[in-house]
Design a protein around this ligand. Structure first.
Ligand code: ACO
Length: 444
């Protein structure tokens, strides 16, 4: 990173000028180094939802939202989704390069041999209601991993960081499958070491002890591709949550549980569940105009789920790959899903609508993933769990990169204070009706 360029800010009120270094990245936009802003100007920068803030250096993922470009370690997502397996992509994210054959064999072996979870963890599941949302269970059981793997909690020890990263990538499919089994009242299915990552997950999810289960290769390929497409996405809300949590030196299991909590929200990973619910609510293409009108109405909280993205303002490259997979899976399984037709019609109409065109709102990764997952047999409530499973690889890689950065410090943002100015304390017997009115007004 070169830093010979500078950027000058002028305070119009005083005429004072302040120079800040400009840091060049290896590709994409430069950043203005504002670390000395407060010290120099006595003012903070204000960017509450981080639309213009680079929160960290990272060499893992690059996104150009205008071009609709996504790369991991320099490789395009289209190449990775078309040519690599998820386990290769996990290695790439964690270690920076695609693995050699020997490295891939070793890494796959390590992940495979960490897929079992401590037997005691099963008892945690019994504490949850059967109808609990699977993401609620995931927040709990993933956080609980830190109570089982005391030998890998020291974040300053390279070997411990390594093993906890492998444990998380390996155990998430097992926990996700257990969550599903618990919700439908079936026995947990143990992992099998002769299966690939995606095959093993399908086996643990759909097999029952009463009969053999054969993994459909088309479904396994689509599952693997879905995992690749969700593996990492730069500094999104959940990844930033993982980094923020980890910056205080919290253990990686706790940090990933925090990421899962953030991912659950409807504006983020929760959207894939909401897309299917929305399509079911629309029901028929004749009703599309009614729902588009609702999406455009500022007095109606309804949004077209699976549309729009904070960063992509052209197209979401993951959505294009998934649309292709969606047709492949439905064709192979012989499923004619009216929701797919409805989704394609909705996409076509919205992409011609001035409201969506002018705001650069396109289908995002969640728009088609739900239809594939439904075809494979997952209930909608499991969709975000699958996202969390895949994203764990990205979270762990980002966490590791941060902890291994010698410049790591605790993340501690400041604020624009909008509260009361200093005022004298009022004793209880002196607080009158005017204080009560103010209090109830601000609570409203
Ligand atoms: N439907 C209708 N209008 C929308 C939508 C939508 N899905 N998304 C954005 N808009 C409108 C906003 O109302 C706003 O309009 P305005 O300029 O007239 O006020 C404009 O487009 C810009 O939207 P913002 O909310 O400012 O964009 P932001 O970057 O904050 O939000 C987000 C991005 C959260 C993804 C948003 O587009 C959204 O809510 N989409 C639906 C939920 C969704 O699919 N989330 C998944 C995201 S991808 C992922 O996390 C994997």
């Amino acid at each position: 990173m070169a830093d010979s360029k500078t950027f000058t800010l002028t305070n119009d009120a005083t005429g004072e000028s302040f120079k800040f270094p400009v840091i060049e990245g290896s590709y994409g936009p430069d950043v203005i180094d504002m670390r000395k802003l407060y010290e120099s100007t006595n003012m903070f920068s204000y960017d509450p939802s981080f639309t213009s803030t680079a929160s960290c250096p990272s060499a893992i993922t690059f996104i150009d939202g205008e071009k609709g470009q996504l790369m991991h370690r320099g490789y395009s997502i289209e190449d990775l989704a078309g040519k690599s397996s998820f386990i290769e992509v996990a290695y790439l994210l964690l270690y920076g390069d695609l693995p050699s054959e020997k490295q891939l064999k070793e890494f796959s072996h390590n992940i495979t041999y960490h897929t079992m979870v401590h037997e005691q963890l099963q008892f945690f599941f019994r504490g949850f209601r059967r109808d609990a949302h699977p993401m609620a269970i995931m927040c709990g059981v993933v956080g609980a991993l830190s109570a089982f793997y005391h030998d890998s909690l020291d974040i300053h020890d390279l070997a411990q960081r390594e093993i906890s990263a492998h444990r998380l990538i390996a155990k998430l499919p097992t926990l996700a499958a257990m969550t599903y089994k618990y919700s439908i009242g079936q026995p947990f299915v143990y992992p099998r070491n002769d299966l690939s990552y995606a095959e093993n997950f399908l086996h643990m999810t759909f097999a029952v002890p009463a009969e053999p289960y054969k993994v459909n290769p088309v479904v396994a390929k689509a599952m693997d591709r879905i995992f690749i497409l969700h593996a990492d996405h730069e500094q999104n809300a959940s990844t930033s949550t993982v980094r923020q949590s980890g910056s205080s030196m919290a253990n990686p299991f706790a940090c990933i549980a925090a990421g899962i909590a953030s991912l659950w929200g409807a504006s983020h990973g929760g959207a894939n569940q909401e897309v299917l619910e929305m399509l079911a609510e629309i029901g028929h293409k004749d009703r599309i105009p009614e729902f588009l009108a609702r999406a455009k109405d500022k007095n109606d909280p309804f949004r077209l789920m699976g549309f729009g993205h904070r960063v992509y303002k052209n197209h979401d490259p993951r959505a294009a790959v998934l649309k292709e997979s969606c047709h492949e899976v439905l064709e192979d399984l012989g499923i004619e899903d009216p929701l797919l037709e409805l989704a394609m019609e909705l996409e076509k109409i919205a992409l011609q609508d001035e409201y969506f065109v002018s705001r650069k709102l396109f289908p995002n990764v969640d728009f088609y993933s739900g239809i594939i997952l439904k075809a494979i047999g997952f209930p909608t409530s499991m969709f975000t769990v699958l996202f969390a499973l895949a994203r764990t690889t990205g979270w762990v890689s980002q966490w590791k990169e941060m902890v291994e950065d010698p410049g790591m410090r605790i993340c501690r943002p400041r604020q624009l204070y909008t509260g009361a100015e200093p005022r004298p304390y009022v004793a209880l017997d002196k607080r009158g009706a005017s204080t009560e009115r103010k209090a109830s007004k601000s609570a409203a």
